[in-house]
Each structure stands twice: as structure tokens, then as C-alpha cells.
Design a binder for this molecule. Structure first.
Ligand SMILES: Cc1cc2nc3c(=O)[nH]c(=O)nc-3n(C[C@H](O)[C@H](O)[C@H](O)COP(=O)(O)OP(=O)(O)OC[C@H]3O[C@@H](n4cnc5c(N)ncnc54)[C@H](O)[C@@H]3O)c2cc1C
Length: 428
């Protein structure tokens, strides 16, 4: 009897036929080939951190947790097995004097899970994590192992960097890293009207800028991370524990529980959260600044839209929140990322502004997320592949100029849909 599997937010659940943990690419290829011969489905799960059912299956669920090694280092190109978690990777890179150029908010995902959904951080000149891939190995729908890099098969490389698990099972990826660097982090509280009036200027004011907005509050929290040669001057351990564990997790979790129980207090609680956000400044290892622990569970929707549309879209979301029967307990997060040429990347061909909305688990989110999605539709919004949305292939196809390119590669690599699942059936 196989136990049910949940994603991180526990809003998605599946009961697979089997759960497999291969240690070698050949073993994984054998699992896929055997399933394909019996016309059964296979799905690779990373850390299960997607808010969508991307990694769910009632077929054979494959975890690559045992395939988490660094295989090869050639200058700044580092080949790793697909199951390595980002925190393991960051440490392995650091001891080699290297780092990923950019990261999102957390470091718990597997590298293949993160890149397959086009996971991104922030920075107007930085692409998502998948743009760092310069080589990959993939098990296709019949169990064949194929490899691609810039010399051998640049087109397969280009396409398979963001596959949402539909093209095959990645066994390894080669990442173009950069020399290890520190970040100078400056967190400030600024008037929201000023930030929106000069949105482009703020987002381009340094390498990595993001801000958090509590609807109804006049000020927002702005985080600016600048790449620096300065030596690390991290926060004292006690201050880190106070800010990251107690402030952002323990106290925040308590506040969310109160807000969920007494919704009429939620707007005041949300404002209290911004007013309690403090200004901070420190210099530390890049991954330690980019990523933070996230212990308060939530559900999330995030949309990429043309960057210039962000201020208007954000103001519309703030107005929407005033009309909701149950207001959000989490702030809205705004980020940017650079355009790329990956067919299914959410930033394909377009410099993107990102707006993410969250709700505490167990609190109503449907009216909020549906309302936000309706606003995002007006800007040709592309939902993050790993975050909640209500779109389907019919509504998404026209938003991706290279949708047909991806579809033809899917037909070639997985003609019998060994890697299909209900999520892919809906969105592709
Ligand atoms: C607390 C939290 C914070 C987050 N912060 C950010 C953020 O800052 N920025 C951002 O962009 N996203 C963020 N996300 C979303 C997250 O990065 C993505 O959902 C990511 O896909 C999760 O990685 P995973 O390893 O858990 O993959 P899973 O959720 O397990 O899988 C995601 C997809 O990848 C496929 N996949 C996994 N491994 C392979 C493989 N070896 N070969 C082929 N396909 C594979 C799966 O089949 C599935 O389709 C966050 C999520 C959470 C829960």
C-alpha cells in the first residue's frame, strides 16, 4: 500500500501506484521504459514545492533524492545530478568558489524541479534559473537517454530547459555558474506611491530589487541586493534568529492564525505586519541573502506581465482587495526578470514584472486569486508553472509565441504521453 503524497502547501495530493527512488540514470530509464511498455504514467517529483499539481500522479512517482551529486566542474560550468536540492548545490558551489547568478526566495527545491517550472528570483538583467543551463541529459518517453548541449543539440537544449516535466525526466544538468559573490542587502520602508511613480527607476536602482505591499498600507518594504566585493558582515546570529525565525516565521505564523480565525481583524493585522517590518543592512554570501527559511505555509499565485504594466496592475489588485469578503493575510510581492528565448519560459521574449499573491493555508483564497487572474488576463499574464492558476492550454497558447515549438518537441520526445498527468492535460 503506497502512502499519499502531498505538496509543500498541502493543497495537492496524490496516491501513486508506486514510489521509486533510482540511484542511476539507467535505473530511471528502466523504470520509464517498463512503464511505457505497459502504457502507464511516470512523474518525477523534486521537493514537491509546486503549488500546482505539476508533480502529482496516480502512476509511478519517481524521486531523484538519491541522484544529488556534483558530477563535474569545468571552469564555471558545473554538472550536477537533477535531484540535488538548491541548498546542497549552493554549499557545493561555495566550496568551489562558485555560485548561481541569481536565486529565488528559498533554497529547498531540487534543481530540476526549479528549472522545469522557470523558477526565478529578481533583477531586471537576470534570467530565471533555467537560463543558466548549458547542457542536460533527459530520459524520454520510451526510456531512451538523450543529451544536449550548445554543440551537440542546441535546439533541444533551448527547449528542454523549461519542460514542466512534460518532455522527459532530467537526470543531470550543466549550469553556467559565476564566481562566488557577496550581496550588500539594504531593506527599507518607502512610500508606495513613490515606488510606483518611479517603478522602472526603483527596479533598476541596483542588481536585485523586490518589494512587498500590504494592501491598504501607504508604505511598502523594499529589498535592494547589490553585488559587492565587500567582505561578509552578516547579521549577528541572534538578530538573524529574531528577524528570520521569530519575526518572519513564528510571530508571523501566530498573526496569520489569529487573522484566519478573526477575518475582520485581518486588514489591521496585515498593516501591523508592514509597520513591524524593520529596516536592515548587511553583507553576506549571495545564497544566504537571496534565500530565507519559510515555515509559515501558504498558497500562492504569481503572474509574469510586461514590466511597464506592473504599477497599474498592482493598483488594480490593491483596489480588488478592498472588495474581498476575506482579505489576504500576506503581502503582495513584486519582482522582475529578464527576457529569454526558452519556448515555455514565462519570460519568453519579454522582460517581465512579477506580481505574487499569497494566502495563509486554510484561509479562503479563491475570490482573491480569481480576481487577480482576471486582472492579469488584461496584460497577457503568464502564470508561474509551479504556482496556482485557473488557466488551460486554450487560454495560454496565444500568450507563448513558441507554443507550437514546444508542442512539436513534446510529440517527438514523449509521443505516448508517458509523463502526462492531470495538470499537464489541462495546461498543455
Ligand atoms: C515556500 C516557497 C517559496 C517559493 N519561492 C519561489 C521563488 O522565489 N521564485 C519562484 O519562481 N518560485 C518559487 N517557488 C516555486 C517553486 O520554485 C517551484 O514550484 C519549483 O518547481 C519547485 O521545485 P521542486 O523541486 O519542489 O519541484 P516539484 O514541485 O516537485 O516539481 C515541479 C515540476 O518539475 C518537474 N520535475 C521535477 N524534477 C524533474 C526532473 N528531474 N525531470 C523533469 N521534470 C522534473 C515535476 O514533474 C513538476 O512538473 C516557491 C515555492 C514555495 C513552496
Amino acid at each position: 500500500m503506497v502512502s499519499p503524497v502531498h505538496n509543500w502547501a498541502r493543497n495537492e495530493r496524490c496516491v501513486p501506484r508506486t514510489i521509486r527512488r533510482p540511484e542511476f540514470p539507467d535505473e530511471l530509464a528502466g523504470i520509464v521504459a517498463a512503464a511505457a511498455q505497459r502504457d502507464e504514467r511516470v512523474k518525477v517529483i523534486g521537493a514537491g514545492h509546486s503549488f500546482t499539481g505539476a508533480a502529482m500522479t496516480d502512476g509511478h512517482l519517481v524521486s531523484l533524492d538519491a541522484m544529488n551529486q556534483v558530477l563535474h566542474v569545468d571552469g564555471t560550468d558545473v554538472t550536477v545530478q537533477a535531484g540535488i536540492r538548491l541548498h546542497e548545490l549552493n554549499d557545493a558551489l561555495f566550496v568551489r568558489g562558485l555560485a548561481l547568478p541569481n536565486l529565488g526566495d528559498i533554497d529547498q527545491q531540487s534543481i530540476a524541479g526549479a528549472t522545469s517550472t522557470a523558477t526565478h528570483g529578481t533583477g531586471t538583467s537576470f534570467g530565471n534559473l533555467a537560463t543558466t543551463i548549458v547542457g542536460l541529459e533527459l530520459v524520454t518517453g520510451d526510456g531512451t537517454i538523450v543529451r544536449a548541449d550548445e554543440q551537440t543539440d542546441p535546439e533541444l537544449l533551448r527547449v528542454a530547459r523549461v519542460g514542466v516535466g512534460a518532455l522527459g525526466a532530467l537526470t543531470e544538468v550543466t549550469l553556467r555558474c559565476v564566481p562566488a559573490f557577496n550581496l550588500h542587502a539594504v531593506e527599507t520602508i518607502e512610500p508606495l506611491a513613490d515606488v510606483l511613480a518611479d517603478f522602472e527607476g526603483v527596479m533598476e536602482s541596483t542588481d536585485h530589487v523586490e518589494f512587498y505591499v500590504v494592501p491598504g498600507a501607504r508604505r511598502c518594504q523594499v529589498k535592494r541586493n547589490t553585488r559587492t566585493d565587500r567582505p561578509a558582515e552578516p547579521q549577528p546570529r541572534m538578530a538573524y534568529v529574531r528577524d528570520k525565525w521569530i519575526g518572519e516565521n513564528l510571530a508571523f505564523g501566530t498573526v496569520c492564525r489569529v487573522g484566519r480565525r478573526f477575518p475582520t481583524m485581518a486588514p489591521r493585522i496585515a498593516k501591523l505586519i508592514t509597520s513591524s517590518a524593520s529596516e536592515r543592512e548587511l553583507v553576506d554570501r549571495s545564497d544566504r541573502v537571496f534565500c530565507s527559511p519559510r515555515k509559515v505555509r501558504f498558497v500562492e499565485m504569481e503572474y509574469g506581465i510586461p514590466r511597464a504594466a506592473v504599477p497599474e496592475a498592482l493598483e488594480r489588485i490593491v483596489a480588488l482587495v478592498k472588495t474581498l469578503p476575506f482579505p489576504p493575510l500576506f503581502p503582495i510581492e513584486v519582482r522582475t526578470s529578464a527576457a529569454d528565448n526558452i519556448p515555455l519560459s514565462t519570460a519568453n521574449g519579454r522582460d517581465s514584472g512579477w506580481i505574487a499573491v499569497h494566502q495563509y493555508i486554510g484561509a479562503p483564497y479563491e475570490a482573491y486569486f480569481q480576481g487577480v487572474e482576471a486582472i492579469m488576463d488584461d496584460y497577457e499574464g503568464r502564470p508561474h508553472w509551479g504556482k496556482m492558476h485557473y488557466q488551460s492550454a486554450d487560454t495560454l497558447a496565444s500568450r507563448y509565441p513558441e507554443w507550437a515549438t514546444f508542442a512539436s518537441w513534446r510529440d517527438k520526445l514523449d509521443p505516448n504521453r508517458t509523463f502526462a498527468n492531470p495538470y499537464l492535460n489541462r495546461v498543455l
